[in-house]
Design a protein around this ligand. Sequence first.
Ligand code: 3EB
Length: 357
Amino acid sequence: MCDTVSPLNGSNLSIAAFLKQPAEWKNSVLGALCFSADAVESQIQTDMGVPCMCVSMQRLDAGDSICEVWHGSGPLTRGQCGAIHYRHDEEVLFGVIVLSETIFEAGTDKTPLQQATESAYRQVFALLETLRYPYLFRFWNYIADINTHSFGLERYRQFNQGRQDAFLAHGRDVVGNVPAACALGFGQGRSAQGPLTIAFLAGRMAPLNIENPRQISAYQYPQQYGPRSPTFSRASLVRLGLDEVLFVSGTASIVGHATLHPADVVAQTRETMTNIKAVLAEANRLASRRFDLSSLHYKVYVRHPADLAQIRAELAHCVGDTLKAVYLQADVCRQELLLEIEATAAHPLVSMSGQRD
Ligand code: 3EB
């Protein structure tokens, strides 16, 4: 069986392999994040029997689709609320919301994407208040044509407005205590018109939020990156069952708030890994035992498929032979950024009274 990692770990497998798993394995699945450029395969989400986010992105390192699967423990409860599909155990909830912008009208003071984003996030917060999973660990955000300008503003910046408005409307912090996240684009130039697609993990215990001393917190980015700062932290450290899980947010070649090495994909990869190392060092001040670069599972979003070989070689150089990475074609939220890397690691929690190694 491909379930070689601890059951609470996010494990990776293809959609086809997912469907072949035995029922008892599927019964413990909270949800999945799937990426496939194959339109037929991406329809399969409805057959999977669990909340499944499916985004139309091409995997670059293999022909297969890829699913990141999150498992719960004990009996799971499944539900639907508005546009959200979710599943939870006693301590953690995974959900997916897919919302089309076309149901929102332009002409008000908010763009359709801004309204869709605000609505999606408000629905998520309302559900989590009702079901009592108040703490957000991690959001995954996928936005069609993320770098396109409309209504006088880049679409990623419209998304940031809607997201922050929803946080504020629900009395949530927009600085400091904010979840880890990633935000990627798909369909650029193909005018794919895909829906806004968001997945999330939330729980009943507060995560520890981590910033990167090399970078200004994203929630404090200056106005030049848009009227509203993005609402995310650089990483979150959470307890999931018996595991301690580290979610490193989408990370790019940004130092301070500036984009570095605009046309140099190798230098951007190196800078991104230096940022991830800095986030790891911060996390290790709080973690029950050390995370290191080789313990992370990476998802690498690559703007230009032709850059794959160079990015891969640089990453192997930084991490070593044990590199575990999946590569997807995606657009990144600043035009000059050629890649964004997110990462996750889990290890059994060492209790405060337990032995450290
Ligand atoms: C950055 O550091 C790169 O808007 O949720 C990374 C992770 C990025 C999350 C988000 C954006 C987001 O600003 C972009």
